[in-house]
Design a binder for this molecule. Structure first.
Ligand code: NAP
Ligand code: G3P
Length: 485
């Protein structure tokens, strides 16, 4: 499968208007593994002229793609889903090397993607328009009927982050193309080999030329040019709040769907099942080394039960396995790059200097940050507010549920929140007041299942993802009014 995109020299190509091409610039970006810095591949840094060519081709291709039946588009998606499952081990192998995700999570990301794609096709087949009689509005007669349908937007620009290089690319592409749009995918540079492979799968499934295209290149160099390109009709971005805010500032009259950073709090009330809370906190905070937007990024616990919770967390964090994901299965893996590991260390240093109690970890080897747990983190510490995107969890002790709600809501982010309690009234009291997209009751914060709405408020995003919601976002309503004589 891979020979099509790779000339044998680890130089990967982009899918452009149905052809696999390199860049005329002949500039390549090395993709080195976060595990051992070995070269995994090289991707072309595409030029502005090439971006123009790609978007023009996508625009042309969309005209035909938008005309074919939804059934035919769905059949292609079902085929793509089957191919993702068939090649899951091969894709996981690249993912492990490229972004250092553990094998089990890499395979499950690919299989989850196949499920996502199938569900997208099923959902689109069951969506329909409506007809609205005119005479329900005062002054109108029965002769007027609006037939309302959904039509594609045109060319969708999908920009994906490094941490789910397959799933967070496909969860933009599948809803876009089932709705009749064409797609230009700009994958995260560290993650672009996975992005290219993914495009190859869609191509092999029968997506016609020009309907899915890839553009590799550094976001800092080519990002502004692509996002402000006149040929782009919709931008679906997942990544940091800083880049998301930049895109929203420099674009004009282009609808945006953005999922950005988070600082999700797990709020533990005094009547919680502490065993359940502790297991969820550990899984939520440390899987893939905390490099998940929905990771549990702080614990807000009522003072009376804080010691008991801390004991359970200490016991469980000590059992986490730090591994080289190429060699064995484990929980904590090297961070994506040295800059990220440096940043996490900065936050840890700041917390230590300001008096937080280091309960476990605090050690670094290269890009590996050992699972770290801090107690007695206070509001003057950066760790209380900033997103480490690493395996470091702060515990903040609070006097009651209202203080937990206040601290949670003072965050610039508003992705998700979790509340652990055995009392339904308490659960709803907290859930009602949290300024976030989703509240989990007695569960860790997490995106799935993927047909649920997934959204962030404040600096955590614009618009709503989730299968049906994404299809709705990437289409617009079109009314045709019948005027009977
Ligand atoms: P990032 O640095 O913001 O990069 C995300 C994507 O944006 C990459 O493809 C990147 O390309 C591209 N990019 C960079 N500068 C750009 C520009 N000026 N214009 C257009 N695109 C540009 O984020 P990341 O490090 O990959 O991911 C981590 C962040 O994403 C965290 O903050 C995390 O919370 C957030 N995240 C949020 C969600 C969610 O659903 N809410 C999910 C996953 C991740 P390059 O790689 O070439 O720079
Ligand atoms: O950070 C990626 C985001 O989509 C989270 O997904 O399944 O890890 O909650 P999940």
């Amino acid at each position: 499968m891979f020979s099509v995109t790779n000339d044998g020299n680890k130089n990967f190509k982009n899918l452009v208007n149905g052809k696999w091409v390199s860049s005329e610039s002949n500039n390549f970006i090395d993709i080195n593994s976060p595990i051992d810095n070995s070269l995994v591949g090289r991707v072309p840094a595409m030029t502005k002229d090439e971006v123009d060519f790609i978007i023009k081709g996508a625009k042309e291709a969309q005209k035909e793609w938008g005309k074919i039946t939804l059934n035919e588009r769905a059949e292609i998606l079902y085929k793509a889903a089957d191919l993702f499952v068939e090649y899951s081990e091969e894709i996981a192998e690249i993912m492990i090397r490229e972004i250092a995700k553990d094998r089990k999570s890499s395979i499950s990301e690919v299989v989850r993607t196949a499920d996502f794609i199938r569900f997208t096709a099923d959902t689109a087949k069951n969506m329909s328009g409506e007809s609205i009689p005119g005479d329900t509005f005062p002054g109108y007669k029965r002769n007027k009927i609006s037939v309302v349908n959904r039509v594609p937007l045109g060319v969708v620009l999908a920009i994906s982050p490094f941490n789910y290089p397959v799933n967070l690319a496909a969860s933009k592409i599948a809803p876009a193309i089932i709705a009749g749009n064409s797609v230009v995918l700009k994958p995260a540079t560290q993650g672009s080999l996975c992005g290219i492979y993914l495009a190859r799968i869609f191509e092999a499934a029968g997506v016609p030329k020009g309907v899915i295209n890839t553009i590799t290149g550094r976001g800092s160099e080519i990002g502004d040019y692509i996002t402000t390109h006149k040929g782009i009709d919709f931008i679906n971005f997942t990544g940091s709040s800083a880049v998301g805010e930049r895109i929203s500032k420099i674009t004009t009259m282009v609808p945006l769907l953005m999922e950005l950073g988070g600082k999700d709090a797990a709020i533990i009330l005094k009547d919680a099942d502490l065993e359940l809370a502790a297991s969820n906190i550990i899984a939520g905070a440390y899987s893939y080394s905390g490099q998940r937007c929905t990771a549990v990024k702080r614990v807000l616990v009522e003072e009376e039960i804080a010691d008991a919770l801390v004991e359970k967390l200490k016991e469980k964090v000590a059992k986490l396995k730090v591994v080289n994901p190429l060699e064995e299965q484990g929980d904590v893996v090297p961070l994506i790059n040295t800059k990220s590991a440096d940043f996490v260390c900065e936050l840890m240093e700041d917390a230590k200097e300001k008096g937080a109690e280091l309960l476990f970890g605090g050690k670094r080897e290269g890009n590996v940050i050992y699972p770290t747990l801090f107690d007695k983190v206070t509001e003057d510490m950066r760790l209380a507010w900033e997103e480490p995107f690493g395996p470091v969890l702060p515990i903040m002790r609070v006097k009651d549920r209202d203080e937990a709600i206040r601290i949670s809501n003072e965050s610039e982010y508003g992705l998700q929140g979790a509340v652990f309690t055995e009392n339904i009234d308490n659960a709803f009291y907290v859930a009602d007041k949290l300024e976030v997209g989703t509240v989990q009751i007695n569960n860790k914060t997490e995106r799935g299942p993927d047909h649920f709405p997934f959204l962030g408020v404040k600096s955590s995003g614009i618009g709503t993802q989730g299968i049906r919601y994404s299809i709705e976002a990437m289409t617009r309503l079109k009314g045709t009014v019948i005027n009977l004589r």
